[in-house]
Design a protein around this ligand. Structure first.
Ligand SMILES: [Zn+2]
Length: 238
């Protein structure tokens, strides 16, 4: 077994290769050290791509460790709990009768008492509401970056904030809708820049810098903010 280190997105991943390993794995230990477990023959490019796709999860894990306050506990969906939408928290109220399982009246989330499991309805609400909002936002932001995406799709992207399809479609993780607008903007502008330049080349960072001069600040904020995210799906492992 040998140990090496791979730097991705400002994070150091310790690589442990082993001939007994068949698949890639990732752990964050108590001290916040990131360890990737890999089969012997995995190339650095494969490792980087694999870890890159898990950055959201990694940052969230690290942020949770840093804060150590149990902010991101799974909700119980009871009256008085709050849920975030675009950086503001809104109170949840349980109601007995209502047509939609989950409604939002601009001030409160209204959840029908029998609408369980409630996480399904929350996720769906973010996806449905987010679709229109994001499409408008992207239309505004893309004036700074260039071409418009062919489609905007809100999905569960697991560990990633957003991604670009080869066909020019832009995918956004529904969890992004919980963040303040300036952080959503960072995610969107980042992906819009990828429509022109798919990889993280010098050109890419230059265009991001042009479109969003304070992107680094926002990126750091985004990583800190991910600790507050309502994850909805059961805690993700690896
Ligand atoms: Zn990127």
């Amino acid at each position: 077994m040998m140990t090496e280190t791979l730097k991705i997105d400002g994070l150091a991943f310790k690589i442990r290769r082993s001939d007994r390993r068949r698949t890639l794995g990732l752990t964050v230990d108590r001290a916040g050290e990131l360890v990737m477990h890999a089969p012997l023959a995995t190339s650095d490019a494969e490792l980087a791509a694999w870890a890159g796709a898990k950055l959201l999860w990694v940052h969230r894990k690290l942020a949770l460790k840093e804060e150590s306050t149990p902010k991101a506990l799974a909700p119980e969906y009871v009256t008085g709990e709050t849920f975030s939408y675009l950086g503001r928290r809104y109170r949840l109220v349980l109601v007995d009768a209502q047509q939609a399982a989950l409604d939002f009246d601009g001030a409160r989330f209204l959840l029908r008492r029998d609408a369980r499991p409630a996480d399904v309805h929350f996720r769906q609400w973010y996806i449905t509401t987010g679709k229109d909002w994001l499409a408008k936002r992207i239309d505004l932001l893309r004036r700074r970056t260039g071409p418009a995406p062919t489609r905007v799709l809100v999905r569960d992207l697991g560990f990633r904030w957003g991604s670009c399809g080869r066909d020019g479609a832009l995918y956004v993780n529904w969890r992004v809708l919980q963040l303040p607008v300036r952080l959503v903007d960072y995610v969107l502008v980042h992906e819009l820049c990828h429509l022109v330049e798919p990889s993280h080349t010098r050109e890419f960072w230059r265009s991001l810098e042009r479109a969003l001069p304070d992107w680094q600040e926002r990126k750091a904020e985004l990583h800190r903010g991910s600790a507050d995210l309502y994850w909805c799906a059961p805690a993700m492992q690896q």
